[in-house]
Design a binder for this molecule. Sequence first.
Ligand code: NAD
Length: 479
Amino acid sequence: MYSETGHYIHGEWVRSGPVFDSENPSDLDDPIGRFHAARTEEVEAATEAARQAFHAWSFSALETRQEILDRIGQALCASADELGLLVAREEGKTVAEARGEVFRAGQFFRYYAAEALRPTGELVPSVRPGVQVEVTREPVGVVGIITPWNFPVAVAAWKVAPALAYGNCVILKPSEKTPAAACALAEIIARSDLPDGVFGMLNGDGAGAGQALCSSPGIDAVSFTGSVATGREIARVATERMVKVQLEMGSKNALVVLRDADLDLAVQCAINGAYFGTGQKCTASSRLVVERAVCEPFVEKFTEAARQLRVGHALEPETQIGPVIDRQQLDKNLEYLEIGRAEGATLAFGGECPERPTRGYFMQPALFTGGNNDMRLNREEVFGPIACVLEADDYEHALAIANDTEYGLTAGIITRSLARAAHFKRHAEAGCVMVNLPTAGTDYHVPFGGRKSSSFGPREQGQYAKEFYTVCKTAYVNA
Ligand code: NAD
């Protein structure tokens, strides 16, 4: 239990500002803790500390950065069991998923520890004889990082680690729905010998702490992950101030199942993509686009598998689908069940809120059939365990349905045809394409991001992260 945890500013835990509570969505009688919300004064104190620390950190020895990041990474991996339990308790994902998330967060730090040593410059001849051109990369400055609740440790890690590796200072503003997980991450970072001020963390909601951070003159760049509506607002504020901005946002990902697919694999991938993590993943596949020839057996097998899923308390070992994050999200899910029905889709399975021994936000995953891609159900991001089967005449029709969305994060196809898979990889309008795999589940050493309304700005992860966390300098030398 974290009681009244404050902000992390200039190497100190500071308790100031109004308080708010974090709840356990599996058991409302098991409060997680009380936290302070940052106001303008806390934002100013954190940005001031980061600005003071920036010069020294931006010129720090590469091996210093490498060692510190590796230490954080090792500590996160070693704490996967303990911190995983806290993440499961606060976010509601299963213990296995939460442990995996914390371990992955550690891998991000360890990967960027190594990246800190990788040479990034270029030395090229000028078009003018006798002149040489050096292209180097320098850190951006103080980066504001704003994260969502669904991967409270991993998303923060995949932003904070590259920011520090490339010599930036960071102020993290995690989601107000998962402050305990963020505080635990900040505690691990605080024990890593990072100089004071290089990393700061401010709790609080978007309208308060989030807005104050984005509009602070002490911030040189903002990296955000969350909903499209918030992303648009952050982009407006950032561009007004002309600071760099990177946005990773919502989705409405499609998994295409062709008539030649291994249907057992298709069902396994569809269940994983649509329901694991309680459907609360930006990479979730809520649109299951199935060729008509195999639609009936697919729905039959899918429904049979979905019935076996055990919904329950995130900490119970047999649970496969944890609760929804909060009351607001549960109400939104239930509203979309009504919207889907009213639009003429058939609720083939699930959607009930099962009674459990503890008071929580439990919901049986739901499947709609008989829907079409014009329905709000299939156009708007629900962010819950609700999927809809969309029948396609053939491959071309399936591809057209998959691409007919304002989003473009991930897209998947299940097929035995190499030609179809190759065509889909080239023509799917998405940042990440999966062949015979669920739409969710990505690596940490390669770029991650989407197209259309799903992403804005340079890619995250892998070496591509340096595009956002550095600025180029071109120097001309008359030798
Ligand atoms: P959200 O947009 O409500 O909040 C995200 C963060 O922004 C929170 O920390 C919040 O406090 C902050 N915020 C809200 N308003 C703000 C403002 N005006 N100024 C500054 N900060 C503000 O999103 P959420 O509900 O926490 O997360 C769910 C969303 O995140 C979904 O849309 C999901 O698809 C998306 N997501 C995307 C990715 C990705 O990589 N593309 C990954 C995970 C989640």
